[in-house]
Write a protein that binds this ligand. Structure first.
Ligand SMILES: [Mn+2]
Length: 302
């Protein structure tokens, strides 16, 4: 497979700084080596999308902090994501915090819309990321982007890269969720996204949950994008994230889910965000992220 790694080292969407170093940490953890060993002509490494520096940037509206620099950088990511798809690459997008996903989802939405290909998104995350400015307790944009991609929130986000709804909430699944704000919960219900909380996954077991998620998409979408927020993992395996929350995916659970997604044949793109080397322990979180990427792209033990 031809893979294009697209980096957006931007950490403006979160309160805790440092995820801008995530792409570098994943490179050091051997991302290129693992993908090449799988036989991918991967490794076309696209130069990182230029990102401004927070210390020299205006925060702007406290209800949607750093909206301007985030949308500017994400418009570039949208166009690079679309271009990678047009050129026949599997885009592997590296953050940065999760706010960058409004760029990747907008690029994916534009590409699939033009070609009339139905697509869905699996959002692997401890959080819902389904706030709007009105419901967000923090004003941090990384908690608003899934809602924005589904058409809810600030027009600067929802209309990024074209005035259309990028992602159909009926083809959106969240998995690993264990912390939702009251307002976002309400909006998620109204929007009609499908949610596998961590309790749901515990109840049925990861193998059954993975099968159920994949059969959900098989009935609805020709292609699938997976967006992996490293805070979905248990902090024991991924301590280097901005908002660590106990009770996350174990090492074995997430690799099983990734293998099943690869085997589904639906995956057309993937994204890994919120690797924060400043908060990490000996690059463990980046190594975990790279292992997940390897399994998503066909890695097997035997
Ligand atoms: Mn997230």
């Amino acid at each position: 497979m031809k893979i294009r790694i697209i980096e957006l080292p931007l950490d403006f969407g979160a309160s805790r700084r440092g995820s801008d170093m995530g792409p570098s940490a994943m490179r050091l953890a051997g991302l290129k080596e693992i993908l090449s060993a799988l036989g991918h002509r991967c490794s076309e490494h696209f130069p990182g999308i230029p990102a401004p520096v927070m210390e020299f940037t205006e925060e702007g509206d406290p209800g949607a902090k750093f909206l301007v620099p985030i949308t500017e950088a994400c418009a570039k990511l949208a166009s690079e994501t679309e271009r990678a798809l047009e050129e026949g690459y599997f885009p592997l997008i590296l953050g940065g915090d999760h706010s960058i996903a409004i760029g990747s989802l907008s690029g994916l939405g534009a590409f699939y819309r033009k070609r009339k290909i139905s697509w869905g998104c699996l959002w692997i995350d401890a959080h819902g990321d389904f706030n709007t400015q009105e419901t967000s307790p923090s004003g941090n944009i990384h908690g608003m982007i899934l809602a924005a991609a589904c058409g809810f929130g600030r027009p600067e986000l929802t209309r990024l890269y074209g005035d259309f709804v990028k992602l159909d909430p009926a083809k959106t699944v969240l998995a690993g969720v264990r912390d939702l704000d009251a307002g976002e919960k309400e909006l998620m219900r109204k929007a009609g996204v499908t949610v596998y909380t961590m309790t749901d996954i515990d109840r049925r077991g990861i193998a059954d949950a993975a099968r159920s998620i994949i059969s959900f998409f098989k009935g609805k979408a020709e292609r699938l994008h997976v967006s992996v927020d490293m805070d979905a993992m248990d902090p024991a395996i991924a301590p280097g994230v901005g908002i660590p929350l106990s009770g996350g995916f174990s090492h074995r659970e997430v690799l099983l889910l990734a293998e099943e997604l690869a085997a589904s044949g639906l995956l057309g793109s993937a994204e890994i965000v919120e690797v924060n080397p400043v908060l990490d322990v000996r690059n463990r979180t980046a190594r975990m992220a790279v292992e997940i990427a390897g399994r998503l792209l066909g890695g097997r033990i035997y």
